[in-house]
Design a protein around this ligand. Structure first.
Ligand SMILES: [Zn+2]
Length: 367
């Protein structure tokens, strides 16, 4: 009796299940269409749903093609969870041109190419990514996805140019390229980047931050930079990248390039481009130009001499020039006592007059 009953119940269930199965099948077909369709309206609905659900937006791409021939990193990231980037405060500028770099107007950085990251193909390929239409994926992965285990973290530092200037640095950054917990920074004071002048408050500024690269005294990774560039321009973006990597274990394509004008030895600014790979820029996505300036100071980008507002308005006074080295001092400096009479020249001038004639301030008395 009880067996019969259970049999009956089963057949009843089967009856109920068939319309349910048909419905399920229909839902699956619609879902498959929703996931795989290339119809733009369906794609955008899908991406926004994915973002709402906190999933990665698969198969982005077909955004702007970089006019410099670089591939596009895929997709417009407006509305993504780009924490830390103050989009509304940015200008939108086109690709950078060393003959017409953005002028500093009080912002820490400005967007390049609408803020959309783009890298030369080589940068993707070294990371183990292969082209998938306008997008990039790891080998053998369907739907353009990226498998962390198939990526190759790396760092690449361009050689110094003929003038001894840094060129660029790029890589696929991840926990593998970062310093281990508790590791301490090494000494970098041995490196004298191009344009480095003493006593001008210059800082050795990493292209790829130590916290991301574990690079210390690497001359191809250190430029002459202001405190403002280091802390107000680059640091927030570096920290955003660092925290993202620690929090997710994901990887970030990263490209940093100092921009020089003509044969100047100090960079006018630094371009930073980054794109998180596993989530296709959902976590990290920026392409910006940071200014190598000190607000209210004038920088001679050829000599590295910095003139503060206060120094610029100083009256003429007595300085002693070493005509052999081209260094000028306050008359009370020990360097003057040690100087041979033959090289000594006493002048009355303003600091600006001397620096514009090519003389450099002494690193000890800091005139
Ligand atoms: Zn001196």
């Amino acid at each position: 009796m009880s067996q019969e009953k259970s049999k009956d119940r089963r057949s009843e269930n089967n009856h109920r299940r068939s319309p349910a199965l048909a419905l399920l099948l229909a839902i699956l077909i619609v879902a498959a269409f929703f996931v795989m369709s290339d119809v733009p309206f369906v794609k955008s609905a899908r991406d926004s749903l994915m973002q709402k659900l906190g999933y990665e937006a698969i198969d982005q791409g077909n955004g702007n093609e970089g006019t410099n021939g670089n591939g596009n990193a895929g997709g417009d990231n407006t509305g993504g969870k780009n924490s830390g980037v103050k989009t509304t405060e940015w200008d939108t500028s086109s690709d950078l041109d060393s003959a017409a770099l953005p002028e500093f107007n009080g912002q820490n950085y400005v967007k390049v190419s609408g803020g959309i990251p783009a890298f030369p193909d080589e940068v993707y390929e070294r990371a183990g990514l292969i082209k998938d239409g306008d997008d990039w994926k790891t080998k053998g992965n369907l739907l353009g996805t990226v498998d962390s285990n198939k990526l190759t973290p790396y760092e690449y530092y361009g050689s110094l140019d003929d003038l001894g200037r840094c060129t660029y640095a790029f890589g696929l950054l991840g926990e593998e390229t970062m310093p281990q917990n508790g590791q301490e920074r090494g000494d970098i004071s041995s490196v004298h980047p191009s344009g480095w002048a003493k006593a001008q408050n210059w800082e050795r500024c990493h292209l790829i931050a130590w916290a991301l690269s574990d690079e210390n005294a690497n001359p191809s990774n250190l430029i002459t930079g202001t405190h403002y560039l280091n802390y107000d321009g680059m640091r927030p973006l570096e920290e955003e990248t660092e925290h993202y990597i620690w929090n997710t274990g994901n990887h970030v394509l990263y490209y940093v390039k100092p921009w020089f004008v003509g044969d100047e030895l100090v960079a006018r600014g630094v371009q930073m481009t980054a794109w998180s790979v596993e989530d296709k820029g959902e976590g990290i996505s920026f392409n910006v130009y940071c200014f190598n300036v000190t607000p209210n100071a004038e920088i001679n980008y050829k000599t590295g001499i910095v003139t503060t507002e206060e120094q610029a308005t100083q009256d003429a006074r007595v300085y002693v020039i070493n005509t052999r080295s081209g260094v000028f001092h306050y008359p009370t400096c020990d360097g003057v006592k040690e100087m041979s009479e033959h090289n000594k020249k006493t002048v009355t001038a303003t600091r600006t007059e001397l620096t514009s004639q090519g003389y450099t301030p002494c690193g000890a008395c800091e005139p």
